[in-house]
Design a protein around this ligand. Sequence first.
Ligand code: NDP
Length: 288
Amino acid sequence: MRAEILDGRKVAAQVKAALKEEVTQLKGRGLTPGLAVILVGDDPASQVYVGNKEKACRAVGIASFPHRLPAATGEEHLLQLIGRLNADPAVHGILVQLPLPRQLDANRVIQAIDPAKDVDGFHPVNAGRLAAGLPAFVPCTPQGVMHLLAAYNIPVAGRHAVVVGRSNIVGKPLVQLLLAADATVTVCHSKTRDLAAFTRTADILVAAVGRPRLITRDMVKPGAVVVDVGINRLPEGLVGDVDFEAVREVARYITPVPGGVGPLTIAMLLKNTLAAALAGRGGGPRGE
Ligand code: NDP
């Protein structure tokens, strides 16, 4: 069996086209969704991510408000900026690109964001609401994974999903989303003993680790759906956490890197920003 590719670029383009129409309509009613993007320091990967997010905003008509701060920025300065953005009616979403330089406490910074503008879904209020099954801003990457599965009509209910990785950004929220979609979920991490014994039982296997080609062919059940969230920069280019060419021979579906989950992540960020604007926060016209 040679796996069918889950084409994240194609699905993301569809999402963005629909969002563009919605944004155009909203603008006609006097509301322009706005996203503030804060980048501290000059990490090259972060610069690329932030640039891509700003470009994607422009492409669908969302106003982007970039804030590029020097690496030596103090926490009070950053918190004050977030305070101003929280109060700015033109800003519906606020994103702080991670990782932050060492002197900044990411938890404090994230908790300073108004949960109603937390389009990354990292604020503990949104994480808690997600875990409790309440409406919440859902982190973009796990939301993108679920969207990709749905776009290919891949059933989740009753299936065994194994998530490798338990970060607050990807693994944990993905576990919540899979549970909410009625999967039976196993979470693996760096202390898991005999990782392969778990991954081999997965109907849906998600790798969100950051270790190049950690998931090898022998770790995958024939016919499984394999979603590769990992982005690893090697001299030969970007690779995922899955040994793509070999695993492709046994899986039923597989995401490529790049071109899989990544494009969906940005599309979900735009979707969250539109939702924030529609929620009427940030001073959008009442009754929208
Ligand atoms: P983190 O480093 O925060 O988390 C990595 C997780 O993998 C941890 O839970 C860690 O376990 C676990 N882990 C590490 N080594 C192993 C191992 N050998 N076996 C099993 N589990 C292991 O990373 P993120 O969640 O932020 O990101 C994961 C990957 O996804 C990265 O490559 C990142 O670049 C990529 N990414 C891609 C995005 C996209 O848009 N496509 C968006 C966000 C991230 P423990 O908890 O025990 O330390």
